[in-house]
Design a protein around this ligand. Sequence first.
Ligand code: C2E
Ligand code: MG
Ligand code: MG
Length: 670
Amino acid sequence: MKTLGRAKYVELLNCDYDSCFDGCHTLVYLHIDNLKHYNRLFGVQAGDRVLHRTIRWASGKAFGSRVSRYAGDGLVFVVPTDEVDALSTQINASLPTFGEANGLRAHLGAAACVRPMSVDDAMQQALFACGSIGDAQDAYLCKFEGDVKLRFDRRTYIVDHIDDAIERGEIQAWAQPIVRVLTGRICEVEILARWESEKYGFLYPDEFIPVLEQHELIHKLDLEVIRLACAQWAEARALGTNVPFGINLSRLDFELCDIYAAVCARMERYGVPVNQLHVEVTESSAVHDRIITEGVRRFREAGFQVYMDDFGSGYSSLGQMAGMRFDVIKFDKGMVDDVTTNERARAVLADSISMVKRLGLQTLCEGVETIEQFNFLRAVGCEKVQGYYFGRPAPHETTLRELSARACRPEETVYSAYLDAVGQVNLLEGTSASLHGVEAAAFLGRSPVALLELADDRLRMLTCNHAFQFLVTRMGFESFDSLVRTSTPTGGRINASAVNAAKNARDTGDAQVFDFIAGGVFCSVTVEFVARMEGREAFIYTVTSVENSPQVTEHTLLDGVLETSNLCFFWKDTERRFLGANRRFYDYYGFSGLEDILGKTDEEMGWHTNEEPYHDDEVHVLQGAVISRAPGICIRQGEQRNIIATKRPLYSHGAIVGLVGYFEDVGPHQ
Ligand code: C2E
Ligand code: MG
Ligand code: MG
């Protein structure tokens, strides 16, 4: 059974227009869901057979027995309207099933053929109705009517009216504040598009952006929003209330126009300098896309900051982070939502922020709605936040008016570079990629860390991590301020050392170290210079206390014990061959080191008077027994000695992989 190409089908249907578009016929678009999966499981030929059977079935029903292939793997045909309802039941009953959830399903979209609509319109409507079925398990047929029709009409309106909307000034550029965590002040705004439409009232980007992208019209909107944003910035500057702003670019902007040149032209027209505008590109389009990578590079080379929007919303993997070249990572609201209720969400976000900082990028969290979320983000060192808790998107003037009403001055641009450098400090890791380089930053351990500011010879804490807070509390102080209170002798001494170390770090550019004891805790503090601004200097203080030395690990501890013990330790593989021993063991027998024993058994060493019991003991140990303080005799440099030995199996992942033992010399054998 042959199908017709789309053009031929439309031509034939146009010839039959009067009898087909008589109000009693319906155009059906049929799509077999899961066919690709079916092909993979059973082979392309099996899939073809299903398709051919469906085509044969459809042409039996179709007006003029004509069926067309459309939009890849869809079928289009016309049937009498009163037969439409039965279609989906019939075809779905005849499709092979292969497991409940993965069965083949036919989805049908139906559009009534009514004059004066064109054949093409009917096809669009049937296709749209079919697409509206989505993943619903029990819906197979969708008619182009009611809600579906309303949604289609709105889409059509958007596509048909974008040019008018721009011309008539219906497009607006709203602004939502972005706040710097360290200061609590607004440091910039994000510009978000709104459309006040004549027919449908207020439209939100979630509705019109996907439609404009689908129809490759998005650049028209974006260029207008950028123009409006630049104009608003210029107006605000005249009043002295301007703040830097961010614009959202679609992936398609990079294809549909020379977006870089277009942005620059609008900035020039309104006198916006490059440090006042940043560009946001969503994560979904940013990864592995040469056009975007190239576009982002061009903006960055010209001095623009580029933000990766919606990070963590599902498109990129952690593995791709290494190759990303952005200035700021904007974590998606989805990563922030659960941080106050879900420990795992907290762990994921905290470590993601830490990792992004290690790469030398800034972090910004979107969708912050509560003070609890904000407190968490501050504790893990997120630098900027945006969300309803600080302000909803609003017309640009409203956002600025609210700013001044709340007596909440925006950040002055001269501070921004200083605060950006300060924000780069990674509180979780106790380091800053911009100071140490990405590689070093990746390997430093977690210690108590505080970020302090020196102004007029006084130290003030800007922020610290939990470990630092905990240490101060354990030393018996309420806060950092009470630890360095100059009215007490200890506090005065610590304060003086801390200030001195800071000045030396600043003057020499090298890290400085000072020690002190407070509340019975010994602390060694490393001070590093971070950044300076008129009258203010910032430093990282990283503390190693005796309780939290990151250098003392199980490994170093074990090495120390083996090195200093008076017991002779040794360890062997499952064939009872020596793998190693401690220094005392070598000295005891007069060996120079490992090379004298490696791979040998006791018998090969020839140092027991009677081999049997030792051999049997060790075989037992290798089967799981523990031999504790067993007396025995050994030959040490020609002399017989009494020893007491203990041995136990060594396990790895539940299996015995060898044994470890030690013995003590208890004197010469009589
Ligand atoms: P986006 O860039 O991630 O912008 C943030 C979105 O989250 C905005 O939605 C904002 O209103 C919303 N939002 C911010 N804080 C909160 C919060 O605390 N809670 C909740 N529930 N939502 C919050 P909006 O304005 O509807 O924009 C949606 C998306 O549309 C934007 O996501 C952006 O990707 C896109 N968009 C907006 N304007 C433009 C534009 O001019 N051009 C392009 N290409 N895309 C735009
Ligand atoms: Mg955005
Ligand atoms: Mg976003």
